[in-house]
Design a protein around this ligand. Structure first.
Ligand SMILES: [Ca+2]
Length: 533
């Protein structure tokens, strides 16, 4: 990368794979709005207002990687072209934040209004058994982008301060791999992984634009503007295929504050606490109902964002060649879901839409999908090479059109930290009938994420000294046995622990052995506890 330099009226100059960027002018009425002039790789000069609204520090940190990728791949793309259009295949990965699987119309919710997610499902495939491997934001996103479990990739917990945990530097994120195949890559909104060199996005498009009262981590709720940024990304550099991630902060907590903001172009959908459908893992209390109504509103804002985003993709003329995947990173930010590896924490919405795959719209796929399968699937679609080390997942594209394909009947979870103070390592295997959880530090009290502890729902339980958290006892939630075994057919709420049941001994032994074999295959450092404890 050439050194950044400064000319009169020009703030900085940098390379990316899409061209040669000149940051010309910050606008005084909106410090995040930048007039940007850039040369594409075809050397035509273009001017764009308010885009690419890169986080300056991150842009400069990644520009060298991007420039190198652009030079390495110019004219030598290995990406697989579309057989029908001859154009190269794009990827749009949409990630919501703490959106539970049950909480949209297309997954059968009777109250929540999510017409745009429903439309996406209607145009493609709705997966009924897609699982994140961990119910924590940073950790889950690192799995989504690397295809490696956290105990392998090193992103053991939160990336932001004070945890400051980072992915191992030998790991290669999917954007980096796609760049080698000739892709230009970008991320709009929540990022929450590091270091930049591992993840390799050409453009980290700033969250602050249009929403400067809240910091980037929680500020990606200006969904209309995020769609606009995505549209501008689509329109740049159409000579290259793209990989764009659009990552919302909705419906993460901070509901009251975010719902009180009048976001431009977004018509609020407001819900009454009386209409809330309280899930079994939560208490049917006034506090819970009030919080859930706020959460519903946040889900509906997210849904409107998905609608704006899909409109931008249509307008770009690239929809025909674009694989669209919608997922959440983990379950709802409530006790009993987020940070746990019980199903409300890890069973995720996942929608896949792609005209070129020829999938029948409105169908379902019951395959048990792990988020470690996302990277292999995206690489499969793109015809791009893997990272040079083994990935534990496999592409689900060949079976996406089948309702119940054979051989997709187990997934694994690996959780170590949420926040840095919250060490509680857990490993699990889930089949269609059973879940086995190994709590590797079971003598510790189960730790609460700060926002879950502060929630009105949990504080009301503490204040009233209530013994139950939904159908589970508070004591069982906080004091866990070393092993948990649940029969999900007779006990979908995962409250009757069968680990000590003589009748289940053979099942327990079988799942123990499969879990340990998986830990060995994926080089889990916590294997040492079998030997030393
Ligand atoms: Ca999250």
């Amino acid at each position: 990368m050439p050194p950044a330099f400064f000319l009169s009226g020009i703030k900085e100059i940098s390379f990316s794979s899409a061209g040669f960027y000149l940051f010309i002018d910050n606008q005084p009425d909106n410090p995040c709005k930048q007039i940007v002039t850039y040369f594409t790789s075809e050397s035509s000069m273009k001017t764009s207002d308010c885009t690419p609204s890169l986080n300056r520090r991150r842009f400069l940190a990644t520009a060298a990687t991007a420039a190198g990728a652009a030079l390495a791949t110019a004219g030598s793309s290995s990406a697989r072209p579309s057989p029908s259009t001859g154009r190269q295949r794009n990827v749009l990965l949409i990630i919501s934040d703490d959106h539970g699987q049950a909480d949209s119309g297309c997954y059968g919710h009777p109250v929540l209004k999510t017409p745009n997610l429903d439309k996406l499902a209607g145009n493609g495939v709705r997966f009924t058994k897609a699982f994140t491997t961990v119910a924590s934001c940073s950790a889950s996103r690192s799995v989504i982008f690397t295809g490696l479990f956290n105990h392998t990739n090193g992103q053991f917990g939160h990336q932001h301060m004070p945890a400051d945990l980072d992915t191992h530097d030998y790991v290669r994120g999917v954007a980096s791999l796609l760049a080698e195949a000739g892709y230009r890559t970008g991320l709009v909104g929540k990022y929450h992984v590091g270091p930049d060199e591992v993840y390799g996005f050409d453009e980290l498009i700033s969250a602050e634009v249009g929403y400067q009262d809240v910091k980037a981590l929680a500020g990606n709720r200006d969904v209309w503007n995020m769609a606009r940024q995505a549209g501008q990304f689509f329109s740049r550099g159409k000579e290259q295929p793209f990989f764009l991630t659009v990552a919302y902060s909705d419906p993460h907590r901070d509901w009251k504050a975010s719902n009180s903001i009048d976001f431009p172009h977004v018509d609020e959908v407001v819900y009454s606490p009386d209409d809330v459908v309280v899930p079994p893992f939560l208490p049917n209390s006034p506090e819970c109902r009030a919080e859930m109504a706020q959460y519903y509103q946040s889900v509906s804002r997210l849904d409107k964002g998905v609608g704006f985003l899909m409109d931008e993709l249509e307008k770009s003329g690239l929809a025909e060649d674009t694989l669209v995947i919608y997922i959440s990173d983990n379950g709802i930010a409530m006790p009993g879901a987020k940070t746990t590896i019980y199903d409300p924490g890890v069973l995720m919405p996942m929608l896949l839409s792609c005209p070129e795959l020829g999938l029948t719209g409105g169908t379902t796929c019951d395959a048990m999908i792990s988020f470690t399968d996302l990277v292999p699937s995206i690489l499969d679609w793109a015809g791009a090479e893997g990272p040079g080390y083994e990935l534990p997942g496999r592409s689900f594209l060949p079976i996406a059109g089948q309702e119940n394909p054979a051989g997709w009947d187990q997934v694994f979870c690996s959780h170590t930290f949420h926040e840095i103070q919250m060490y509680y390592p857990m490993r699990s295997i889930r089949t269609r009938k059973y879940k086995y959880i190994l709590n590797l530090a079971h003598k510790l009290d189960y730790p609460f994420a700060t926002d879950l502890f502060a929630s009105e729902t949990w504080q009301a339980i503490l204040t009233r000294q209530e013994p139950m958290l939904g159908t589970r006892t508070v004591d069982a939630y906080i004091h866990r046995q070393r092993e948990e075994l649940y029969d999900l057919e007779s006990d979908p709420g995962e409250v009757v622990n069968l680990a000590d049941s003589p009748a289940q001994r053979a099942v327990l032994d079988n799942l123990r052995a499969r879990l340990k074999a998986w830990q060995e295959d994926t080089k889990d450092p916590w294997l040492m506890k079998y030997k030393y404890e």
